[in-house]
Design a protein around this ligand. Sequence first.
Ligand SMILES: CC(C)(COP(=O)(O)OP(=O)(O)OC[C@H]1O[C@@H](n2cnc3c(N)ncnc32)[C@H](O)[C@@H]1OP(=O)(O)O)[C@@H](O)C(=O)NCCC(=O)NCCS
Length: 202
Amino acid sequence: MNELIVIGAGGHGKVVADIAYNNGYTNISFLDDYKKEINGYKVIGKIKDIENFDSKGYDFIIAIGNNAVREKIQNQLKDKGCNLVTLIHESAFVSKYTEVGKGTVIMPNSVINAGSKIGEGCIINTGCTIDHDCTIQNYVHISPGAHVAGTVEIGKRTWVGIGSSIINNIKICEDCIFGAGSVVIKDIFNSGTYVGMPVRKI
Ligand SMILES: CC(C)(COP(=O)(O)OP(=O)(O)OC[C@H]1O[C@@H](n2cnc3c(N)ncnc32)[C@H](O)[C@@H]1OP(=O)(O)O)[C@@H](O)C(=O)NCCC(=O)NCCS
């Protein structure tokens, strides 16, 4: 198995490294602009050092919570032909009738039901559920314990906060932030930050 380079050695990076280990990676290193070591793993350079890696011998995953930053770095790696992996923790249930894009991490105890499509570079965080026939576009983050009902579409880079709920047959545009505990019961057409039950734009 290739060495895995995890980009971003923050708290999210720690969890991603655990999932990588769970997926069989034993040779894991980090790139990070501030840290030198994380949970015994070496930080072997800064994020700009991705320029020095070629497409062979390494796998990559980006562990940065900011959706736009994750997209930017993933595009740089794609342009260089680097191998971005998909990491799915063994405790997650991912229906065989789903698609999951490169660079996406599916965290422990999540559920992705049949017919759903998860884009590239997404974070499907701990214990969240995405029911049947959803389309989750690239670089979306579904935070821990959030629930997305059936046939929901979520646009690029949208962040669904911890413990949120989205009812079935909803469309949400790109670049939204839903605060912790948001409840979405209507389509969202305008990018922005939403909170509450039901959500209001702030
Ligand atoms: C929505 C959020 C991003 C807003 O952060 P912010 O831009 O710093 O906004 P503020 O804290 O200044 O709050 C603005 C207003 O929205 C309200 N508000 C903020 N978050 C709220 C929430 N989740 N539910 C209800 N109201 C909320 C605040 O009370 C405040 O109201 P006021 O103007 O009447 O005082 C943040 O509060 C939040 O919920 N983040 C989600 C965190 C999360 O899910 N983390 C998981 C990581 S894996």
